[in-house]
Design a protein around this ligand. Structure first.
Ligand SMILES: Nc1nc2c(ncn2[C@@H]2O[C@H](COP(=O)(O)OP(=O)(O)OP(=O)(O)O)[C@@H](O)[C@H]2O)c(=O)[nH]1
Length: 292
């Protein structure tokens, strides 16, 4: 799997090249400020990183340790659970929720697990259709209802059915938008409650999907979801399509949440575990030449 993250950084690297066309052994703070901002690391975090550096000539190793420190929260520990493992997928419309659910389902299926999907975004008929399309394509069962029906009932039925049939994983889609933010918060909370009712301890993981092309503007959105229902981990989509790869630092730092995977394309297999070392080194390779 090695190399997918680095490859997906090509647009971010191209953005960096506009301010640092020539790789060097060391950079000044001013130069690095331009580079990090161009990669869409949030201004406040750029200041934090640079303020902690006391050298005038900054080497790859110095910057590397600072960048890795901002990703200190990115490791995830799976909780203890009784199967099926239930995941709730949340995020705004268009972030890539449906595609990411398909990618996760594909991954679990490849691992030999029995997966069931729950089409819990009952607010939009298109969301149900899209998920069903993916489910058919991947030959994975999906529990759904009609548009406008109760999404928590879908979650309950999906979990109940998975339990009865000995499934390993249940992935539940949720609405990204309702008439008001309060409605959305109430609905997500209810779905979460009902999951626990259907299967004690569920959902075992609530995953927020963030559109990587949004860069730092996704932070406030992510904070809102975290306050609404509590997020256990993040998946950042469309890393391959963005020049804003540096926003991953700000998102991870601001939310103190693990980044589980990144989306590196539109196909089911384009979901890559987030490896902070590959990510940081992928960026640093574009900036520094190796010391002789
Ligand atoms: N290049 C690329 N495109 C992606 C990735 N993930 C999702 N997409 C595309 O982004 C678009 C939106 O994805 P969806 O999965 O439909 O988004 P959603 O959040 O379910 O949005 P709704 O269907 O509006 O609820 C689709 O065209 C996907 O193919 C990714 O990692 N890379």
């Amino acid at each position: 799997m090695f190399g997918f993250i680095k490859k997906s950084l090509s647009k971010t690297v191209a953005a960096i090249k506009t301010v640092a066309p020539k790789k060097k052994i060391t950079f000044t703070k001013d130069e690095l400020e331009d580079i990090l901002l161009e990669a869409d690391v949030e201004y406040a975090l750029v200041e934090i990183i640079l303020n902690e550096i006391y050298q005038d000539k900054i080497t790859r190793e110095i910057l590397r340790s600072k960048l890795l420190a901002t990703l200190a929260y990115t490791s995830y520990k799976e909780p203890k659970f009784t199967p099926p493992f239930v995941e709730l997928i949340v995020g705004v419309n268009g972030a890539g929720k449906t595609t990411t659910i398909a990618k996760l389902a594909y991954k679990y299926k490849q691992e030999g697990k029995k997966v069931l999907l729950g089409a819990g975004d009952t607010f939009r008929a298109a969301a149900i259709e899209q998920l069903t399309l993916w489910a058919n394509r991947l030959d994975i069962p999906v529990v759904s209802s009609k548009q406008g029906h109760d999404s928590s009932a879908v979650a309950y039925d999906a979990i109940d059915s998975a339990k009865a049939k000995g499934f390993d994983n249940v992935i539940i889609d949720t609405a990204g938008r309702l008439h008001t933010q309060t409605n959305l918060a109430n609905e997500l909370k209810k779905v979460k409650r009902i999951c626990d009712k259907a299967h004690k301890g569920a959902p075992h993981r609530t995953v927020l999907i963030i559109d990587g092309t949004q860069g730092n503007s996704a932070i406030s959105q992510a904070k809102a979801f975290n306050e609404m229902i509590g997020i256990d981990g993040i998946i950042i989509t469309k890393l391959d399509g963005t020049a804003k790869g540096g926003s991953i630092f700000s998102i991870a730092y601001a939310l103190e949440l693990p980044i589980l995977y990144v989306g590196t394309g539109e196909q089911p297999e384009n979901l890559t575990p987030f490896d902070k070392y590959e990510f940081v080194d992928g960026l640093l390779d574009a900036i520094f030449v190796e010391e002789e």
